[in-house]
Design a protein around this ligand. Structure first.
Ligand code: NAP
Ligand code: MG
Length: 503
């Protein structure tokens, strides 16, 4: 037997021949004006498999020059009305077709996602890929349901409003749910008649590129969707600053969110931001404990904790603190770490060395601050890959760094509380406000606490439920604007008031 090639090593465990072929045909290109083109500079970058640190593929490194070119094509497509003036019924059919193509290629997309991001295949197969298809299908229905009003004007006038597309939309997405985030951005924008320029995260460009291919296969008019792979400073900043982009939608860190907002002042583009969180997950003693433990485990360890709405502050009432954190730690310890493509794997590696080292830094900080790692607290013992053991910190108080900063890894900070008032105050004592959860059998308490928590989403006796029909977004520094549901239509339309004189 000869030595394995780097391609074989990088794709170890992959079974979809389509995924293997896709990875092999590298370097990947940019989608501009309906064609796949290399970057103008000719530069490429590597995307790795974080489970084994091998290079999966080379990808075109787009920068300002490529963004300029993409904007030219997008602007033309928008102004010439190829997409915005299409019958809404036709837009519906295109979006349904994209949803169908995602489903038809689901096995390939799921493997690509797990190879590029490191998430367990059962998550890619059951959450990311079906969620992306559902999002396109949901917004397909919206194209024909975007209404204006007739307004109660003076009888000598007829006044009505039109909801019109915003124009050229720049969309910058993170690496934690690559295809799902691409669909949250692209689907509502297209339903409203906009054209888009999407920049995926440098760590996970593959499924966005494959989605670009599927969009072409669905036969959308050219230049409606451009995909520019590249780096934040470069491709991302060029989108944020571009004088001819009308709107930017961003998901990622607060730090970059602030840069996007500053850059928007040049031409006063519309901005929506979905940033991080430090979400409180609150356990009262009267909760159904097995479900609360299981839900809290999913809340912090799913996707290796790289979830903006992760339940990273687990508040447990004093009387059940020991019992609950014991159970959560036992369950965490039982999670199998390994190759994301193995269906038995419950946790894969973090997405990159940078994220791995960042999380290791927080594990060190937590211990220095006096917290105890009841389980985990260290890197995984795999030879290669960016693995971290699922960690439950006890002896945490809400002022510690590990309770205030977004770790974005498999690290739960368990904080005891006295009573309902105490936990509402502590839960809200954060700069973030993306999500929260409360576990109790007392319906009055559940509804009361849900009302008092300052968060864009609150779960009662469950964690992490998301559905395209319900809005998602943040209070406070978790951002502004609401994605999903009918609310995303507000992000991607503007309102025109028309007066007609009668007689
Ligand atoms: P990030 O830098 O905010 O990346 C998000 C997206 O913004 C990526 O596409 C990135 O491009 C792009 N970007 C970076 N700098 C930019 C700039 N100056 N102008 C325009 N776009 C820019 O996030 P990260 O560095 O990957 O992760 C750091 C931390 O952010 C995480 O540890 C976590 O706390 C938080 N985070 C939050 C979410 C969320 O869902 N809310 C998601 C990811 C990360 P590149 O891919 O080339 O960097
Ligand atoms: Mg990768």
């Amino acid at each position: 037997m000869g030595a394995s090639t780097s391609h074989e090593r990088a794709t170890k465990g992959a079974t979809s021949s389509a995924a293997l072929e896709f990875v092999k045909s590298s370097p990947k290109k940019l989608l501009i004006g309906g064609k796949w083109v290399p970057s103008k500079s000719g530069k490429t970058f590597e995307t790795l498999n974080p489970a084994n640190e091998e290079v999966l593929a080379l990808v075109a490194e787009g920068d300002k020059a490529d963004v300029d070119e993409a904007v030219k094509h997008a602007r033309k497509a928008f102004e010439e009305g190829k997409w915005p003036s299409l019958s809404p019924h036709a837009r519906t059919r295109y979006l349904l077709k994209i949803a169908d193509l995602i489903e038809k290629n689901a096995d390939e997309l799921a493997e690509l996602e797990s190879l590029d991001n490191g998430k367990p295949i059962f998550e890619s197969k059951n959450i990311d890929i079906p969620g992306a298809a559902e999002t396109f299908r949901y917004y397909a229905g919206f194209a024909t349901k975007i209404y204006g009003d007739t307004n109660p004007s003076d009888p000598s006038m007829f006044n009505y409003t039109l909801r019109e597309a915003v124009g050229v939309c720049g969309q910058i997405i993170p690496w934690n749910f690559p295809l799902l985030m691409a669909s949250w951005k692209i689907a509502p924008a297209l339903a409203c008649g906009n054209v888009v320029i999407l920049k995926p995260a440098e760590q996970t460009p593959l499924t966005a590129i494959r989605l670009g291919e599927l969009i072409l296969e669905a036969g959308l008019p050219e230049s409606v969707v451009q995909i520019i792979t590249g780096f934040g400073p470069g491709a991302g900043s060029a989108i944020a600053e571009h004088p001819d982009i009308d709107k930017v939608a961003f998901t990622g860190s607060g730090e970059v969110g602030k840069l996007i907002l500053k850059a928007s002042t040049g031409n006063l583009k519309r901005v929506s931001l979905e940033l991080g969180g430090k979400s409180p997950n609150i356990i009262f003693p009267d909760a159904d404990m097995p479900s609360a433990v299981f839900g809290s485990m999913l809340g912090i360890f799913m996707n290796q904790g790289q979830v903006c709405c992760a339940g990273s502050r687990v508040f447990v009432q004093q009387s059940v603190y020991e019992e609950f954190t014991d159970s959560l730690s036992t369950m965490a310890k039982g999670l199998t770490l390994g190759n994301p493509l193995d269906p038995n794997t419950k946790m894969g590696p973090l997405v990159s060395k940078e994220q791995h080292d960042r999380v290791i830094g927080y594990l060190k900080t937590g211990k220095e601050e006096g917290a105890t790692a009841k389980t985990g607290g260290a890197a995984g013992n795999q030879e290669r890959g960016y693995f971290i053991q699922p960690t439950v910190f006890t002896n945490v108080n809400n002022q510690m760094k590990i309770a205030r900063e977004e770790i974005f890894g498999p690290v739960a900070s368990a904080i005891p509380f006295k009573d309902e008032n105490d936990v509402v105050l502590q839960g809200n004592d954060t700069t973030y406000g993306l999500a929260a959860a409360v576990w109790t059998k007392d319906i009055n308490r559940a509804l009361g606490v849900a009302r008092k928590l300052k968060a864009g989403t609150v779960w009662i006796n469950t964690y992490g439920m998301l559905d395209p029909m319900s809005p998602f977004g943040g209070y406070k520094q978790s951002g502004f604007g609401r994605e999903l549901g009918k609310y995303a239509i507000d992000l991607y339309t503007q309102i025109k008031s028309v007066y007609a004189k009668i007689g």
